[in-house]
Design a protein around this ligand. Structure first.
Ligand SMILES: NC(=O)C1=CN([C@@H]2O[C@H](COP(=O)(O)OP(=O)(O)OC[C@H]3O[C@@H](n4cnc5c(N)ncnc54)[C@H](O)[C@@H]3O)[C@@H](O)[C@H]2O)C=CC1
Ligand SMILES: O=C(O)[C@H]1O[C@H](OP(=O)(O)OP(=O)(O)OC[C@H]2O[C@@H](n3ccc(=O)[nH]c3=O)[C@H](O)[C@@H]2O)[C@H](O)[C@@H](O)[C@@H]1O
Length: 445
């Protein structure tokens, strides 16, 4: 099949590359010429395991190419995939400027019938708007389908090649058949729905996963007060197939380019039809507060943070990505600065992106985990990179000036801490002091 993908962010690039790897002829379009030039030279603008090799393989095979010329590229395609960004507006609503802009450009360019497959996450009703735009601007028949994307950053290629399901929302039988044909090599689990339901499935899925995270984070906060261990609680819950073990890792709250924006957008979508999504509002509020536990724990240990040197390990919103969009590290570091602390930060790959967000005289970006931790008054682990897991708590203690470790991702075990003198606070687990668990709090009932 011949495909044109509009937008070379995570979704556009990864799906374009994977579809070409399945034998389709794919042209990827972006309006940013510097991105396209990089891709044409075989370089990848994002860090995503396995992607570079696939780009090289499929470019060499002549199935994959990159261009800034949208109007030329769309002529080539049977199916045009919309994968441009839908960021948040200040009020939390999804900004549809890019997707409607791209649809307009396509409508003014096409010279024959096309299938438009929307992979961007868009509010319910957007694909109908896109369809209307085509009717107004083009004489050529266009079938629109909502085919939301569920990949995760850091495992985007694997997720795309092994999807749990493909959702296809369309009213067009022709689009349905072609899109089924395109996805059949990936899975048999293809669900056909109406357009609005497909759009809703995407928001509901992200909101549900975000709810699981805020739920376990609140359980963790209670565990800290009653002396239980959230990792055991999550394990015990997860064996129940109705609950499932995934997305029950307590931490510093979810970040990234999607959960924060999509939860806000769904609250707005509900608001537009006079429905107050109370549960999701709480999920967002819990998430916003969870990251500040790191600061509260530091204050418990160090009292006043003014003048202290705090090491931070991890700036990306999760491991295996250099994406720092809505990373909890940003607000945590901003709070540390607000409290008068100075920060020494290290991330294996996300530092250049983070520095663009926060260039401050009191933030020193270090080139190794050791350099960041050396002589600091405390270390905060904010992203669970395997590189950090490989450093023993004893080594961390040796590097620090004062033996304080705040583990925002529950990376280290009781056994590893047993032979150290660290004061260790994690999330929803008993604190440790000099290798010994702090006493379980007395319960007053
Ligand atoms: N990042 C992720 O892991 C996932 C994202 N999504 C959704 O997919 C959509 C895309 O997200 P990302 O890939 O992160 O996007 P992104 O924001 O990183 O990249 C979008 C790209 O589209 C380009 N673009 C915008 N308008 C254009 C036009 N008219 N012509 C050509 N190029 C244009 C931009 O220059 C940019 O390079 C969003 O709706 C997002 O919510 C869905 C699942 C996963
Ligand atoms: O719509 C999207 O963009 C994507 O959003 C998420 O993917 P992603 O943001 O790449 O990463 P996740 O692995 O879901 O992690 C999101 C955040 O939740 C946090 N998280 C995740 C799981 C967990 O148990 N606990 C937890 O705190 C992570 O640290 C991270 O900050 C969804 O998992 C994808 O299915 C979806 O396609």
């Amino acid at each position: 099949m011949k495909l044109t993908v509009i937008g070379t962010g995570y979704v556009g690039l990864v799906s374009g590359v994977c579809f070409s790897d399945l034998g389709n002829e794919v042209v990827c379009v972006d309006k940013l010429s510097e991105k396209i030039e990089l891709l044409q030279q075989g370089e990848v603008p994002i860090y995503e395991p396995g992607l570079k090799e696939l780009i090289q393989k499929n470019t060499e095979a002549g199935r994959l190419s990159f261009t800034t010329d949208l109007s030329e590229a769309v002529q080539h395609a049977d199916i045009i995939i919309l994968a441009v960004g839908t960021p948040s507006l200040a009020n939390g609503e999804a900004d549809l400027t890019y997707i409607l802009g791209a649809a307009q450009e396509i409508a003014l360019s096409i010279k024959g019938p096309k299938i438009i497959m929307t992979k961007s996450t868009v509010p319910v009703g957007t694909n109908e708007k896109i369809e209307n735009q085509f009717k107004q601007l083009s004489v050529h028949p266009v079938a629109v389908a909502s085919v939301p994307e569920f990949l995760r950053e850091g495992s985007a290629v694997r997720d795309t090649m092994n999807p749990d399901r493909i959702v296809v929302g369309t009213e067009s039988e022709a689009a349905r058949q072609r899109i089924e044909e395109l996805h059949r090599p990936l899975t048999d689990q293809i669900l056909f729905t109406d357009v609005r339901s497909a759009e809703m499935i995407k928001y509901a899925s992200n909101a549900f996963l975000a709810t699981k995270i805020s739920f376990i984070n609140e359980i963790a906060n209670i565990c800290e007060k009653v002396g239980a261990d959230v990792t055991m609680v999550a394990e015990g819950m997860g064996y129940d197939k109705r609950i499932g073990s995934s997305f029950l890792k307590a931490g510093i709250g979810y970040g990234g380019s999607c959960f924060p924006k999509d939860t806000q957008a769904l609250i707005q979508i509900a608001g537009h039809v006079d429905y107050e999504f109370k549960l999701l509002k709480s999920v967002v509020e819990v998430n916003r507060d969870q990251r500040y536990n790191v600061i509260r724990k530091l204050e418990t240990i160090l009292d006043d943070l003014s003048g202290k040197s705090i090491a931070v390990w991890g700036l990306a919103f999760k491991p295996e990505t250099d994406d720092v969009r809505d990373s909890p590290a940003f607000e945590i570091i901003a709070s540390l600065l607000h409290c008068g602390a100075s920060v020494k930060a290290y991330d294996p790959i996300a530092t250049p992106n983070f520095r663009k967000l926060l260039d401050h005289s009191k933030v020193e970006y270090c080139s190794s985990a050791q350099e960041a931790a050396q002589n600091a008054d405390a270390l905060c682990v904010l992203t669970e990179w395997s590189e950090f897991r490989a450093v023993s708590p004893a080594m961390i203690q040796a590097w620090l000036r004062r033996p304080n470790l705040i583990d925002g991702r529950n990376m280290y075990s009781e056994e590893e801490l047993a032979n150290t003198e660290l004061i260790y606070y994690s999330v929803g687990r008993p604190n440790m002091n000099n290798g010994v668990k702090e006493q379980t709090p007395q319960l007053s009932f």
